[in-house]
Design a protein around this ligand. Structure first.
Ligand SMILES: *Cc1c(COP(=O)(O)O)cnc(C)c1O
Length: 358
């Protein structure tokens, strides 16, 4: 059989992580964030497995349509809201909940009248300065929507934190204060993403919006998912396809970035940036070969990586190679690739075979 790269998605780990989120935020309802193809894990399969969530959060309307097409009936929050009247009609028909984050969306809802008025969440910008109505605009938006026949009160209110992953950053509580002094109306409140719901429990409120925690990775630089009682959901693996002995002074891979200092067996594994393993991963990054921790040696190619096998003299062609997941936290690899697990998960490519268990 020809070699291929596999992403094994453990749905029982996913459900375990949802249960962990419930322990962290016992009094909040859970909007499970499944945007970007469920962080690379497969939108529909993940949503089906997370049937204990209270709501799903996506970014784009098309993601919400895919969930409804698959028969998902839970409420769906659409972060990117709507662009035009057609979007609004579709959202009304499919009972989707748009986030309203800018003034022209408010105006559109003011003009429209819908047979089935929408539930909406109003997004307050409390300092991320990316999306959201300002604290000055919010009372006007509230007034306008209260008069609109296109929406159904009570509205939900949300904001998003820019620095919740930093457990000492004063900005998180400042953002929360601005939210609380601005939002003086009845309606549910949602502030916390994954780092906030763990590190800043006072921000949990009515709804939490976990993403990365569900997929088993940590949003904090100094902790892994397993430190938080989570289980990795995606395990990316391939096989060792070749072994190349090298001698002192010889180099490995493009650009000669790894230089041999003693006789070394270099393992060659069938994975590369063409599969989504980041090219910028540095020498020394952890790679699990046949259950033994080894290290990356040489630059990542499109289809292959090269591995220093000195830690594992018994390694043989055909051994399984794990890049991240069970036995090797994605957080550990991310640190060697100057990125975060979110990006590792999202960027696996079409060539990877995705399988589901549990
Ligand atoms: C993606 C997203 C989240 C989830 O973030 P995590 O850090 O993965 O928990 C929450 N809220 C909003 C608005 C988002 O866009």
């Amino acid at each position: 059989m020809s070699t291929c790269v596999n992403a094994l998605i453990d749905l029982s780990a996913l459900r375990h992580n949802l249960a962990r989120v419930c322990v962290f935020a016992p009094n909040s309802r859970i909007c499970a964030m499944v945007k970007a193809n469920a962080y690379g894990h497969g939108l529909v399969r993940v949503a089906q497995a997370l049937d204990r969530a209270d709501e799903f959060g996506v970014t784009r309307l098309e993601e919400a349509l895919a969930l409804r097409d698959a028969g998902i009936q839970l409420p769906i929050l659409v972060m990117d809201g709507f662009r035009d009247e057609h979007d609004v009609q579709v959202m009304s028909r499919l009972e989707l909940t748009p986030v309203v984050y800018q003034w022209d969306q408010v105006q559109m809802l003011e003009r429209l009248s819908l047979e089935k008025p929408l539930s909406v969440w109003l997004y307050l910008d409390t300092g991320m300065h990316r999306l959201g109505l300002s604290a000055d605009e919010m009372p006007l938006a509230y007034e306008a929507l209260s008069r609109s026949n296109a929406v159904r009160p009570p509205f939900g209110f949300m904001t998003h934190f820019s620095d919740a992953g930093d457990k000492n950053h004063p900005k998180t509580l400042a953002q929360q204060r601005l939210f609380e002094t601005t939002i003086v109306w009845p309606g549910v409140r949602s502030l916390a993403n994954s780092p906030a719901l763990v590190a800043w429990p006072e921000t949990q409120m009515d709804w939490v919006r976990p993403g990365i925690l569900l997929y088993g990775a940590s949003p904090f630089p100094d902790q892994t998912g397993s430190d938080l009682g989570l289980r990795p959901v995606m395990t990316l693996s391939t096989t060792l396809t070749s072994i190349c002995p090298v001698q002192p002074g010889e180099t490995v891979g493009y650009g000669d970035t790894w230089v041999c200092s003693e006789p070394t067996r270099i393992g060659v594994a069938a994975i590369g940036y063409g599969d989504g393993y980041p090219r910028r991963t540095r020498n020394g990054a952890p790679v699990l070969v046949g259950g033994v921790m080894c290290t990356l040696a040489g630059r990542v190619s499109m289809d292959l990586i090269t591995i220093d096998l000195r830690a594992h003299p018994q390694a043989r062609i055909g051994d399984p190679v794990v890049l991240w997941g069970e036995g090797l936290p994605a957080e550990k690899l991310a640190a060697y690739a100057d990125t975060i697990p979110y990006e590792l998960f999202c960027q696996i490519t079409q060539r990877v075979h995705v399988h589901y268990i549990g």
